[in-house]
Design a protein around this ligand. Structure first.
Ligand code: FAD
Length: 286
């Protein structure tokens, strides 16, 4: 019996050898898949334990809006515990799963404080999602944050806004240029959305600078901002039809995003544009 079993038995008031418990389903991961699985089971004769390392349901398709400051964190995330507050047979636990013993049917996880948590199951659903891929170049992560988690989005947002702020404080266009050059690697849906938003953001700052915030932004001409979107394939949105891909390319051009396909570059921290000073979100391989 795991420590978690004992806690569940005590909470139910039935004791360890009391009334037969309903089958226990453990769901690992509270993303799209895990959440919908748990929701379905919430009406069934089962006891569900939903384990997630963040404890938060994150709507990833809108991460780029947080990364560019249009939405705040709370607008695209909600605590899993809150989502299941009315479902008595679903418990949500924040824990990072690191092992599953399929022989004894026990999930091994770490609580937020680093202590071990063991949860036994009758049925197991693993819905832990995927990790972004740097295609064998994990060292790029240092320079080019991905866009998969809320932490990633906040890092990108801080870097983008810091870049505008630094540029605002520099006297010449030449000095400002590296700070206003944004390189995105990967022209899939995430790269295309993020590139469009950063370019719009530059336009918004121009608008802000010339109108609402005239007093605040005096130096930046957002027309100086460059957004380069690089992809190793032959077109943007390669997983979509050619028609959609063409429409997206035309929109990017209208927004002033410089799309470069068939591009495979090595990231060299000291060089431009794939440099340590240009801003480089990694939007490939999500
Ligand atoms: C920026 C971005 C934009 C996207 N836009 C779209 C779109 O427009 N349309 C679309 O259809 N799809 C889009 N997607 C893809 C979509 O978000 C994914 O397909 C979907 O999230 C996959 O759901 P999932 O449940 O498999 O994984 P996830 O949603 O990634 O959920 C996995 C969950 O598992 C948890 N977890 C992972 N490992 C562990 C562990 N060891 N222990 C405990 N918990 C763990 C994580 O905390 C997370 O909550 C986008 C993705 C991204 C990143």
């Amino acid at each position: 019996m795991t420590d978690h079993d004992a806690a569940v038995a005590a909470a139910s008031g039935r004791g360890l050898h009391g009334v037969r418990q309903p089958p226990r389903v453990v769901v690992v991961g509270g993303g799209f898949a895990g959440l919908f699985a748990a929701r379905r089971l919430a009406h069934g004769p089962v006891q569900v334990t939903l384990l997630d390392r963040t404890g938060v349901r994150l709507f990833q398709p809108l991460l780029y809006q947080v990364a560019t400051g249009l939405l705040s964190e709370g607008q695209i995330s909600s605590p899993l515990r809150r989502l299941f507050r009315r479902h008595r047979n679903v418990e949500c636990l924040v824990a990072d799963v690191h092992d599953v013993d399929v022989t004894t049917r026990v999930v091994h996880a770490r609580r937020a404080d680093g202590t071990e948590l063991r949860v036994s199951y009758d049925h197991l659903i693993v819905a832990a999602g995927v990790q972004q891929s740097y295609f064998g170049h994990d060292e790029y992560a240092r320079y080019a944050p991905g866009l998969k988690s809320m932490d990633d989005a906040l890092v990108i947002r801080r870097r983008v806004y810091q870049a505008f702020e630094v540029a605002e404080a520099l006297p010449t266009a030449e000095q400002r240029r590296p700070w206003l050059t944004f390189v995105l690697v990967g022209a899939g849906p995430t790269g295309v959305e993020l590139a469009g938003r950063i370019r719009e953001l530059a336009g918004q700052i121009r608008e802000l600078a010339t109108r609402t915030l005239r007093e605040v932004f005096r130096t930046i001409d957002p027309g100086e901002a460059r957004v380069l979107l690089l992809d190793g394939g032959d077109r943007a949105l390669a997983s979509f039809s050619r028609g959609l891909s063409g429409a997206a390319t035309a929109t990017l051009q209208r927004l002033g995003v410089e799309l470069s396909t068939g591009t495979r570059r090595r990231c060299r921290p000291a060089s431009t544009p794939c440099s340590g000073r240009g801003r480089q979100p990694w939007t490939g391989g999500l």
